[in-house]
Design a protein around this ligand. Structure first.
Ligand code: C5P
Length: 242
C-alpha cells in the first residue's frame, strides 16, 4: 500500500515528555503522524503540540470533547490555535454541540492555515455490545448505533468519525467514501488485546477501508518498538500489494 506511513497514527500514551522522547527516539525516521491523548496532554500541557509540530510530525489532539455547545466551541477555538492537524468530539454530545465545535474550530484557525480535521467519536472501541445495551442503556446492535452516530456527525459538518475498523464498510456505504474513518482497536496478529474489545489487525483495518489507523501499545509497549513498527508496516504493505 502506498504511503501507509502517513495513515498510521502512533498513540503517544505516556505519563510525560521523557517517556515520549524515549519512544520517539527509538522510532526516529519511521513515524509521520502522532496522537496526543489526555494522559500526555494533561501532563505536558498544550505546548507539547507545538513541540511535536516543530519536529515535522502531524498531530492528532485526542481530547474527546463532550460538553455544552458553548464550551465545546471555545475548546475547539483554543485547539485550532495550537496548530493541531486533527481534533475530536463525542458524537453523543449532540448535533448542536458538534456544530458549535466546528464553528469554534473555524474561528480559531489562523489565517492561511488549514482547519484541523474534526472527527466524531462514535462508540469507544473498548465498549462491547453488552456494555452498550446494559450499562449505557442504548438498545440495538453496536454497528447500527455507530452508523447512526456517523450520519449525525456528517449532518453536523464533521469530517469523519472514530470507529472500529469492523464498522468502516457500513459507514462508508452510508456516509460516503470521502467521509473519513479513523480506527483504533488495532492489534497485529499475536499481540495482547488489553482493554480493547472491537479489534482487528492493521492490514485488515486498511482492507476494510480505514483512512487512518491508530496504534498504541502494540508498538509503544513492545519489547522492541522499532522492530514491531517495521513488522507492522511490512504486513500492511504486503497486504496492499496482494
Ligand atoms: O494502545 P492502543 O492501541 O489500544 O491505543 C488506542 C488509542 O486510541 C488510545 O490512545 C485510545 O485513547 C484511543 N482511542 C480508542 N478508541 C476510541 C478513540 C480513541 O481506543 N474510540
Amino acid at each position: 500500500m502506498e504511503n501507509s506511513r502517513t495513515r498510521i497514527i502512533l498513540a503517544l500514551d505516556f505519563p510525560g515528555e521523557e517517556a515520549m522522547n524515549r519512544c520517539l527516539k527509538e522510532l526516529r525516521g519511521e513515524i509521520e503522524y502522532v496522537k496526543v491523548g489526555m494522559e500526555l496532554y494533561y501532563a505536558a500541557g498544550p505546548r507539547i503540540v507545538d513541540e511535536l509540530k516543530q519536529r515535522g510530525l502531524k498531530v492528532f489532539v485526542d481530547l474527546k470533547v463532550h460538553d455544552i455547545p458553548n464550551t465545546a466551541r471555545g475548546a475547539m477555538k483554543s485547539l485550532a490555535r495550537l496548530g493541531a492537524d486533527m481534533v475530536n468530539v463525542h458524537v453523543a454530545g449532540g448535533r448542536a454541540m458538534m456544530e458549535a465545535a466546528r464553528e469554534g474550530l473555524e474561528a480559531g484557525t489562523p489565517a492561511g492555515a488549514d482547519r484541523p480535521l474534526l472527527i466524531g467519536v462514535t462508540m469507544l472501541t473498548s465498549t462491547s455490545q453488552r456494555v452498550m445495551n446494559e450499562e449505557l442503556l442504548i438498545p440495538g446492535h453496536v454497528e447500527g448505533v455507530v452508523v447512526h452516530y456517523a450520519m449525525e456527525a456528517k449532518r453536523a459538518g464533521l469530517d469523519g468519525v472514530v470507529a472500529s475498523p469492523r464498522e468502516v464498510p457500513l459507514i462508508k456505504k452510508t456516509a460516503g467514501a470521502s467521509f473519513q474513518t479513523v480506527t483504533p482497536g488495532i492489534r497485529p496478529a499475536g499481540t495482547a488485546q488489553g482493554d480493547q474489545v472491537r479489534v482487528t489487525t492493521p492490514e485488515e483495518a486498511f482492507r476494510l477501508g480505514s483512512d487512518y489507523i491508530v496504534v498504541g501499545r502494540a508498538i509503544t509497549a513492545a519489547e522492541e518498538p522499532r522492530a514491531a513498527w517495521q513488522a507492522m508496516l511490512a504486513a500492511v504493505e504486503s497486504a496492499g500489494e496482494r
